[in-house]
Design a protein around this ligand. Structure first.
Ligand SMILES: O=C(O)CCC(=O)C(=O)O
Ligand SMILES: [Fe+2]
Length: 413
């Protein structure tokens, strides 16, 4: 770590943090997690409010926070940063896909590799992405694209190379311009595959949202969370599962969601058959100030998925709060500020592992929010028994859904 501090032209932001950590450890100063955490939260919150554009957030935090605190456990950083991020009014900036991609040809993929700790990136990107964007642009102008390796063993690219990844990914999929353009235009791409985060603008019409709500019996009738997810710990919201076998009219809508999700998560990883035996759609309502869904993973954070684990999620924002209620990604260092009808899709299966796709719903401050979530699982991971159940269901629904074949086709029966 110290060696990398002596390196020639490391990004000042990264150098500062890793050197501070090294110095801290070397001096073995007294460690007081609570104090440092409180300092960090305070400093981050102040910086979110007051740091002028163009100021490195890291520097701002370092100036305001009296003691070095780089070594705090990740979960604590995540929590502090998530909370600070939630208080910031602005959201993250989507990738600029139209940005020319001159240095990302296969033969020119040399990247300057910077060893850094995840928390640097978290601090740097979570809260004021635009401030860091400026720095990264500067670095990549001199050094070429930057790839950041995190100490956690998880590595990911940053914005400087993100659009190149995206370009390559699109090329690999051999999609025609006609297919690609609608994907890019209007939708917001926050993170490229393999663990994409994409916001589909105005995916669901008010009419479709109303129809979903009607199936659930209306907002006041949504039940509080089931046992096992006690109120006040991870989640404060109302929630109801909509079983598509109880509501066959859901199938076509779910199929449309899935088709959109497939565009971003890779053709082999999701399959329409998941809808037949996958999870029901989940309606969740955050109706009171303070209602939230704290940091969690929909799949198994950081683990190899077992046969039935989730690998992607879509969230439709049928109603957005007047204030608060945004969605944050601690690992992606993003905050999504959706509008009514938008659908957020994110995938989290990378190289056979569930990536750390920890995310949260910020507390609602004013107004109300309700969403429809669809969790997806890998097709092909289902046991034969499940496929048999699907076949049985399809045979059954063919009998049930008189004349109108849409629902069956939607789930590939
Ligand atoms: O409400 C949100 O913004 C996030 C919801 C969520 O994480 C989920 O439904 O799994
Ligand atoms: Fe979630």
């Amino acid at each position: 770590m110290v060696n990398s501090c002596d390196g020639v032209s490391l990004q000042p932001l990264l150098r500062m943090a890793s050197c501070a950590a090294a110095a801290q450890l070397a001096r073995a100063e007294r460690i007081d997690i609570q104090r440092d955490l409180a300092d960090l939260a305070l400093a981050a919150a102040e910086c979110v409010e007051h740091a002028p554009a163009g100021t490195a957030l890291m520097q701002c935090v370092a100036q305001r926070s009296p003691g070095p605190n780089w070594w705090l456990p990740k979960s604590m950083y995540d929590e502090a940063l998530r909370n600070a991020s939630c208080t910031a009014a602005s959201g993250s900036i989507p990738l600029q896909v139209e940005q020319p991609c001159t240095s990302c040809g296969e033969d020119k993929t040399e990247k300057s590799t910077v060893e850094a700790c995840f928390l640097v990136i978290l601090l740097a990107e979570t809260i004021l992405l635009r401030h860091v964007l400026h720095l990264i642009t500067e670095v990549s102008r001199h050094q070429g694209p930057v790839l950041i390796h995190c100490n956690s063993g998880h590595h990911r690219s940053v914005l400087a190379v993100a659009s190149c990844h995206l370009a390559r990914w699109l090329a690999k999929r051999e999609m025609s311009d006609e297919e690609v353009l609608p994907l890019l235009s209007g939708n917001k791409i926050y993170r490229p595959p393999p663990d994409p985060v994409v916001l589909w603008k105005r995916f669901a019409s008010p009419h479709e949202c109303d129809a979903l709500l009607e199936l659930a019996g209306g907002l006041p009738h949504l039940p509080a969370l089931a046992a096992g997810a006690p109120q006040g710990t991870i989640r404060r919201s109302l929630s109801k599962a909509l079983h598509w076998d109880h509501h066959p009219q859901l199938a076509a809508f779910q199929a449309r969601m899935l088709a959109a999700a497939q565009n971003w998560t890779g053709e082999d990883r999701l399959d329409p058959s998941v809808l037949a035996i996958g999870e029901p759609m989940n309606l969740a309502a955050y109706l009171n100030p303070g209602d939230e869904y704290r940091s969690h993973c929909d799949g198994r954070c950081g683990a190899r998925p077992s046969a039935q684990d989730r690998i992607a999620t879509s969230i439709i924002y049928c109603q957005v709060a007047d204030e608060g209620g945004h969605t944050t990604f601690s690992n992606g260092h993003l905050k999504i500020v959706p509008e009514q009808g938008d659908m957020l899709t994110f995938g989290y299966l990378v190289d056979g592992r569930i990536s750390l796709e920890e995310h949260s719903a910020c507390p609602v401050r004013r107004g109300q929010k309700w969403i429809a979530t669809q969790w997806y699982r890998a097709a092909g991971s289902y046991a034969t028994a499940a496929r048999a159940a699907e076949a049985e269901f399809c045979a059954e629904s063919e009998k049930r859904i008189d004349g109108d074949g849409r629902a069956e086709r939607a789930v590939s029966c």
